[in-house]
Design a protein around this ligand. Structure first.
Ligand SMILES: Cc1cc2nc3c(=O)[nH]c(=O)nc-3n(C[C@H](O)[C@H](O)[C@H](O)COP(=O)(O)OP(=O)(O)OC[C@H]3O[C@@H](n4cnc5c(N)ncnc54)[C@H](O)[C@@H]3O)c2cc1C
Length: 438
């Protein structure tokens, strides 16, 4: 088996992996990106609509255009990109084992960046009763069929879930002359960005039915109809509200799950709310030297946010390599031989916990380690829409951030607050992030 050594190995060649690799290469000598597909760019290659890059490039790009900018930047460096290379295992001492066209390769890394993205929830995961005909797709799969493979998924479509991918697909299908009978959402509010509700549904006269879900799939070889029902406040279908909607295709846009099988294999601790790794303010996971960013860490709304986060992960991964190479050299000089993997932790302390309180559902990071970085970017989402909420971030009695102006908060929009080193200086108590209705 071939064995290769790198300073930083990035798993995943989507926007997160590419941005992390570029940033890491600014300080680290040898950087590699491992991608299972035959091209870089990740999921953006199938997102042919515009709306990407407004923050990073101050331009409105399509997904492939945005991805191409990073592919080109990587091509201008000596970052090694291994395509058709599927990582099958990662160990806690940062061995990354991958199947490549040249056979199995073991990448020995000083630091690893996890950037594997996410996958879509399927019918099985939301347990829709009924038969098992053809014509039930996840929205992303239908997007791939239409935009990359040139297939038409069906003629009359029902979409379950008002996440952004479902909304964008409602418009895409309509533009291709396919009838979208309606978008059904189990929650009493839409899950996608407001701009997508307006641009993708309202502008095309596609109805959005809130507090309604699909309760049965009907059809033998091909889907013939779905039964939908209104739900109560506990999201349980209300008997007597059933309605049969004829359709030959059902698209599911019912959530994304971070791809964390490799993270688990490496022993990385996961956050049960996000299903992504628990990280500190340097995006380092519970396994020393393994960092995470992008959708594998928590699901993002906008690729621009993914890029920024990945740049942080790449920079901190490179710093980790430099710091621990320095420590190894110091020990060598002192005649103590090479540093054992278990000594390379850099986890001087467990960090100050960051806690989601009030209507906040989760925060990233889960801890702040001031000995590693003085500042912290706090990202969070609320668990339900809040018409008028007050955001307060505290450590014990010390107020770190107080957004006095009451604002609207919605689960579909990730919020981000930067806490500077000056603000965080000297704190020892857990940091609480609270949104309360006012
Ligand atoms: C179907 C879909 C549509 C979306 N549409 C939009 C949109 O319109 N606008 C928007 O802003 N955001 C959209 N998003 C969100 C989008 O995922 C993020 O903006 C961004 O692409 C996430 O970047 P990433 O690099 O974290 O993940 P990805 O782009 O998913 O990249 C992850 C990469 O890791 C690779 N990988 C995974 N596991 C392995 C392994 N074991 N070995 C090697 N490689 C591996 C994958 O092949 C993939 O290339 C969409 C997401 C999905 C799932």
């Amino acid at each position: 088996m071939r064995s290769l050594q790198y300073d930083v190995v990035v798993i995943g060649g989507g926007p997160a992996g590419l941005a992390a690799a570029l940033k890491a290469r600014e300080k680290a000598e040898k950087v590699a990106v491992l991608e299972r597909n035959d091209e870089l760019g990740g999921i953006l290659n199938q997102c042919i609509h515009s709306g990407f890059g407004l923050h990073v490039f101050k331009e409105e790009l399509t997904g492939p255009e945005y991805a191409q900018r990073y592919v080109d930047m990587v091509a201008d460096t000596d970052i090694a990109c291994y395509l058709d290379t599927m990582v099958i295992d990662v160990t806690a001492d940062k061995q990354v084992i991958a199947m490549s066209p040249e056979g199995m390769i073991v990448f020995e890394a000083a630091a690893v960046v996890l950037a594997m993205g996410c996958r879509e929830r399927t019918r099985g995961q939301i347990r829709i009763p009924g038969t098992r005909p053809a014509g039930v797709f996840t929205a992303g799969l239908a997007q791939r069929y239409m935009n990359l493979e040139n297939f038409r998924p069906g003629n009359r479509v029902v979409i379950l879930g008002s996440g952004d991918i479902g909304l964008i697909m409602a418009r895409r299908l309509t533009l291709e002359g396919i009838k979208v009978a309606g978008v059904y959402e189990v929650m009493p509010y839409a899950n996608g960005l407001l701009r997508n509700i307006k641009n993708c549904l309202d502008d095309f006269g596609i109805p959005l039915h809130l507090s309604t879900t699909v309760t049965k799939i009907i059809g033998q070889k091909r889907l013939q109809a779905v039964e939908v029902s209104a739900v109560d406040e506990n999201l349980k279908p209300i008997p007597g509200t059933e309605e049969v909607i004829p359709c030959d295709t059902l698209l599911l846009s019912v959530g994304l799950i971070p791809e964390n099988e490799l993270s688990k294999q490496a022993g990385v601790e996961l956050n049960p709310v996000t299903n992504g790794p628990r990280v500190d303010n340097t995006l380092e996971t519970s396994v020393p030297g393994i960092f995470a960013c992008g959708n594998v860490l928590h699901v993002h709304d906008l690729v621009d946010q993914v890029t920024k986060e990945a740049e942080d992960a790449g920079a901190y991964a490179a710093e980790y390599v430099i710091k621990h190479a320095g420590q190894a050299a110091d020990k060598d000089e002192a005649g103590q031989g090479l540093v054992e993997a278990s000594d390379r932790s850099g986890k001087e302390d467990a960090g100050i916990p960051v806690k989601a309180e009030g209507l906040v559902r989760y925060t990233v990071p889960s801890t702040i380690c001031l000995d590693k970085a003085g500042s912290a970017r706090i990202k969070f989402r609320v668990g339900r829409p809040v018409e008028s909420g007050r955001l307060l971030i505290k450590s014990g009695d010390k107020v770190l951030f107080d957004r006095k102006k009451a604002m609207k908060y919605v689960p579909s929009i990730m919020e981000q607050i930067n806490l500077t080193a000056k603000l965080l200086d000297g704190i020892t108590e857990p940091v609480t992030v609270t949104v309360e209705e006012v």
